[in-house]
Design a protein around this ligand. Sequence first.
Ligand code: GAP
Length: 451
Amino acid sequence: MSSVDMETIVSLCKRRGFIFQSSEIYGGAGGCWDYGPLGVELKRNVKEAWWKAMVHDRDDVVGLDASILMNPQVWVASGHVQQFSDPLVDCKACKNRFRADHLKETKCPDCGGELTEPRMFNLMFKTFMGPVENDAAVVYLRPETAQGIFVNFQNVMSTSRRKLPLGIAQVGKSFRNEITTGNFIFRSREFEQMEMEYFVKPGTDDHWFQHWLEQRFNWYVKLGIRKDNLRLRPHEKEELAHYAKGCYDVEYLFPMGWSELEGIANRGSYDLEQHSKFSGKDLSVFEEESKERFVPYVIEPSAGVDRSVLAFLLDSYHEEVVEKEKRVVLRLHPALAPIKAAVLPLSRNEKLVPMVTQVHASIRGCFMTQYDDSQSIGRRYRRQDEVGTPYCVTIDFQSLEDKQVTIRDRDSLHQIRIPTDVLRATLLAKLAGEDFDVLPPGGSLVSSAKS
Ligand code: GAP
């Protein structure tokens, strides 16, 4: 299990500007969260890492950004209007509401009162499109990004001049009026998804299903999540949607136990068939080689951005004692770290300013940096450790003489001293995975002492 409890992460996130309660000064908005200056960088990095692995690094996947508001018929065709519901019970005494399928007892868990019979509650948020607020104007905030992909399948297929297998990837907000939110950003009412629908010829679907199970599990591992904290769990028969041929969850060992990070499903041809039926448009494809016409099957890896952010925070959190003091460090993968390098002058002495400005200018623009000259150098190192900054660059009085700066490694605490003119290339190499102790021309190991 991640070695840290949820309260510690919630408190770090608030204190250091990763994540705040939404509308906090008004008492909050249930199940909604705001990402602060560091949180927004971390979240963007998670989405970029996903986009790179799913779109940029592949020849068989393209991107899409569909609108959140769609024709309401989409949600009739997809089954969400009829079926996207949870069973809900009310306490007759205290009036609190619960999901019937989450309750272990038959009485109200808050006051012991009697509960109503379960009734179905649709999780889609409704609003009105246009100036008239009547039934004909009802539209929904999308509860998943996937349907925007299915309804654009024909557009993308014909304009991108691709053959099957073809994946369409999308990242964006989704909304669910969850009855029970909780566990910080794990279950919220407004969240982001990273979804990809991979369209294949029927008969090749089992092969691609296996392919995506491996790819998606390994994505988390490559970005630093410990294998022991990850597992692939097959869905039981009764958990499967009636159309799904198979489904696995990538689960992470969160402080509340194993819980879903991502679902990977073989959805068969259900979605395209449904949209064909309701729109009247033929969504089959013709394969030149075999002269066959068929409706493609779909393999869907569907991940949550916020849950991934939470797993990366939990898994990277470490506490250790360095020189008799507690050090908190987020060992985030460099690709995810909000700040890649901090520039720290040893003191605020004005003699250092021109060189510090020059050094900072030489690396900003390549990646996210932060300049910090307040408090002691030790405290500044600790602050950067706590937010996961992989490298700190220190400029001291000796730097004015020898035109060299010191780089400190967050994880090993080793320090190297290198000429300023190779700083940018050195940092880029280390961020790309080069061993920290590999020295550039003119560089030297300062110390391997912990500080
Ligand atoms: N298109 C398939 C689909 O939406 P899902 O299992 O309902 O499948 C996919 O959602 C992922 O979206 C989940 O694995 C989870 O990471 C994320 N997710 C779903 N509901 C969420 C919520 N209320 N809060 C945060 N993330 C959520």
